[in-house]
Write a protein that binds this ligand. Structure first.
Ligand SMILES: [Zn+2]
Length: 145
């Protein structure tokens, strides 16, 4: 995991059951989604009911770690409420081989570093610090060189 800190600094996922946290270094994180057993829809984040056909016959499916950049935007103003990360920041849409597009942050914040169609890899990274100094971690997409 990137940025190992002192033992007092905890790393807290921004939301539970959003992604895996590999215990072994070198293993890639994955997003936790579902696949519908009735219609085949793949959905992220995880839900108990398929949003496509309303079936509750769904099973957990791990998504990632690689996909292709479908679209992006670079934002130079802080988001109105609740956003605590750095500015500018990028929001990307990444097409995953599992058949869905995931929206998330990128590790780079310049249009010069992003190209539609480029390979992007999922990583877990610090999003911001909470009031106790803990790292709030989430998933981001990093361009594959
Ligand atoms: Zn379905």
């Amino acid at each position: 995991m990137p940025g190992v800190k002192s033992p007092e600094t905890k790393q807290i996922p921004v939301r539970e059951h959003l992604f895996t946290l590999p215990e072994l270094s070198g293993e890639s994180p994955k997003l936790i989604g579902i696949k519908c057993n009735k219609c085949g829809e793949v959905v992220f984040p995880r839900k108990t009911i398929c949003p496509n056909c309303c079936s509750n016959d769904v099973k957990e499916m791990l998504i990632g770690p690689q996909g292709k950049l479908y679209s992006y935007t670079v934002i130079y103003q802080p988001a109105p409420i609740g956003y605590k990360g750095p500015v500018p920041y990028s929001i990307v849409k990444v097409e995953m081989p599992e058949g869905l597009r995931i929206t998330g942050h990128a590790t780079v914040n310049s249009p010069a570093e992003l190209k539609i169609g480029m390979k992007m890899e999922l990583i877990i990274d610090k999003m911001f610090s909470d009031t106790n100094g803990n790292d709030i971690i989430g998933f981001k997409f990093k361009p594959v060189k």
